[in-house]
Design a protein around this ligand. Sequence first.
Ligand SMILES: [Zn+2]
Length: 283
Amino acid sequence: MPTRLRIITFDELPNWMKDNDLVITGYRAPTPSFWICAKTLFSLHNETLSIWSHLLASIYFFSLYASDLKYRHCRTLVNDDLFLKLYYLTATIAFICSAIYHLFCCYSHYVRDILVKVDYIGITIFITGSFMTWLYYAFHGETSQNCVYLYAICFGGLLVGILTQLDHFNARESRGHRAGIYVIFGLSLTIPAILLFQKSCKSRQTTKIISSVIYTTIIYMTGGFIYTTRLTERLWPGKVDIIGHSHQIFHVIVVIASIVHEKMIVFIATTNEEMVDTKKWLL
Ligand SMILES: [Zn+2]
């Protein structure tokens, strides 16, 4: 068993670790020791930025989840923080699952296969949670419509969650399929957004709500494009292996998008004059 971290090239990797042949160097050698894997958190390799970006994001969202929202956001949100808490919790779960996957993915083939599926489940839970939060505040007060959308998103999330557990989804050549499924799931939010726009396109609140979904969609799509095309390592082969390859850029963009989404949801929730405590119908 190795006693310390060894950095190797793509060609030296066993097949089960080979994923992106455009990133040539900076790989951790297979390390069947949880302790040595954990210690790689503090060394420089091509997963360092991926791990830290999502580890710090999980700490940020957990601190929001644990904080007193009554104190943070006065006014209307006081009685209506259930879905904001849901957003913080699902973000925490997704980012910690991702950080754990990237930290321990060099342990063994078996552990990698399990952790990558945990990572996908985390992503699915987060997308579902963020959509539910957006729908809840966007359609606040319209109980029956809100209820239908929330159940539909839960069903969609469950479906995507099942798909991500298939071995095909995890295969190296399925990079496009992986991004495609999440994009389709993401685009499902355009249906309620269009309906909301048709219904009250002149309202300032609706403009804010629609803008929030457009901004975050553009940021996520940019991340998805860079991830799928492996843009940076294709443009600068060998120069962005440690810092700047597409998966790392994708991670950073996801963190930015999740914070933008959070700020916008808080803004919508705290400026909605019609917001009343309607949690009861959910319980
Ligand atoms: Zn990742």
